[in-house]
Write a protein that binds this ligand. Sequence first.
Ligand SMILES: [Zn+2]
Length: 286
Amino acid sequence: MISLRRAVIALTAIALTATATASCGSTGDSDSADTSGPVVSPSAAQGPAEPVTLPASASGRTAVFSHGPRNKRDKTVALTFDADMTADQGGRAAGGERFDNPGLIATLRREKVPATIFITGMWARTYSYQARAISRSPLFEVANHSYSHHAFTGSCYGLPTLDPGQQRAEVEKGFEALRKAGVADPLPYFRFPGGCYDDRALRAIAPTHVTAVQWDVMSGDPFNSDADSVVEQVLDEVRPGSVVLMHCTLSAAPATAEAVKRIVPELRERGYRFVKVSDLIATSVG
Ligand SMILES: [Zn+2]
């Protein structure tokens, strides 16, 4: 996991700081918000609104969002869960392997924890009832994690690689599968499989008008049955405005629900409130 973490740290380090399009028009350099006064999310102040996205750069690269304002007076954190499923795992799911995690979703509901779930098209097809139910809960928002969970760069944790010419279609196909599963309004946010992207990928998907969403806290839940280590890693690394990466698939992340049960009360005790990624982005540009 060490090398995986280093890779992600490197990726987030090169994440672009994007300029916001919101009508109030300030920039999105969230680190600068450290000591500012309380930030009110536009959606909280004005009721339901269109999700805020970040515009592509002048050179045509999709904007990348990694964390919200580091506001110590209003400590927010967004838990995000990737519902991974690659094209070749359909047969395994048919054979009984669980790529979903209903216990995790039930835990989030019970604890009333807002969360953003990035769902692959394959997962939405396989677990369409769950995708629909998640999207209909006001606690949750659903965004796009590609259709097939193939990589957008040449080397990405052994995932099969997409040709650059297929990348835009992967994002569009992901949205299509979500809508077909009954997710009426998937958020215009996209998480690259494995978090792997480069300039070419950012340009290739720009016509889809998504905001790419990375993270600044990696929970280490993939292929980890030790909830203690997931809890420890999240609690060590979380800061105000953090986006935490976790997974919603029993097959590859079996300890996540247990870890969440312990992370949530501890962070609340430390004064954090849980928000969705859309809230963090809105606050960043507000
Ligand atoms: Zn993934």
